[in-house]
Design a binder for this molecule. Structure first.
Ligand SMILES: Nc1ncnc2c1ncn2[C@@H]1O[C@H](COP(=O)(O)OP(=O)(O)OP(=O)(O)O)[C@@H](O)[C@H]1O
Ligand SMILES: [Mg+2]
Length: 196
């Protein structure tokens, strides 16, 4: 099965594009969803996080206090690194095991931090979702309750547009509308079927 690594910066349109691929019946595995599930109540990854950050990282209901964790790692790069060292191997291991259950000519692996984790070899082909940085900023501002400075800091912490474009076998330009996006996805879907 051909593994397509779909990646792109914050707000570039990864989830939007992934949704279009799923409408074309391509199997999807989403690292963001896995990461979210891995730290659910009672999950081993949550225990590892509590072992590292202490009980303060839990809500009164013993769930992960995501907001608090975000605050801690945002202001502390060393803590961010440690959290990533706990989570990233678990995310990739879970992806690996989910891939084994799939069948079909190709699958889409949505991995926002594919380059940042240096896991390019985990996939057969890299598809980058690209749009101007100003659009990322604007779209995330409309979607989330985040300040412009915070969004800029997140963008600065990620791989650059140039690094991504250099790593990409395929690029989707998400600077216009939904129709243009659907057309590009359809073309790539046909390409992936022909390569598989
Ligand atoms: N071509 C477009 N025109 C206008 N809005 C768009 C377009 N593509 C995506 N959006 C909107 O921009 C926001 C970001 O898109 P999306 O959530 O797909 O990005 P993402 O890469 O998955 O972001 P994240 O990195 O935060 O997961 C969403 O609210 C989405 O609906
Ligand atoms: Mg997304």
């Amino acid at each position: 099965m051909l593994k397509i690594g779909l990646t792109g910066g914050i707000g570039s349109g990864k989830s939007t594009v992934t949704q279009i691929f799923s409408e074309l019946k391509a199997p999807i595995i989403d690292a963001d969803i896995i990461a979210h599930e891995l730290v659910g109540p009672g999950k081993p990854a949550l225990k590892a996080i509590v072992d590292h950050f202490g009980q303060q990282i839990l809500t009164n209901q013993n769930a992960l206090n995501r907001k608090k964790l975000k605050e801690i790692i945002f202001s502390n790069p060393e803590q961010k690194k440690q959290l990533e060292q706990i989570l990233h191997p678990l995310v990739f291991a879970e992806m690996e095991s989910q891939i084994k259950q799939l069948s079909g000519p190709y699958c889409i692996l949505s991995i926002p931090l594919l380059l940042e984790t240096q896991m390019e070899d985990f996939v057969d082909r890299i598809l980058v979702i690209d749009c101007p940085v100003e659009f990322q900023l604007e779209r995330v501002k409309n979607r989330d309750q985040l300040s412009e400075d915070r969004i800029k800091a997140i963008i600065a912490s990620q791989a650059t547009k140039e690094q991504r474009l250099q790593a990409a076998e395929d690029v989707i330009d998400n600077s216009t509308d939904a129709q243009a996006l659907a057309e590009q996805v359809k073309k790539l879907h046909n390409l992936y079927l022909s390569l598989a």
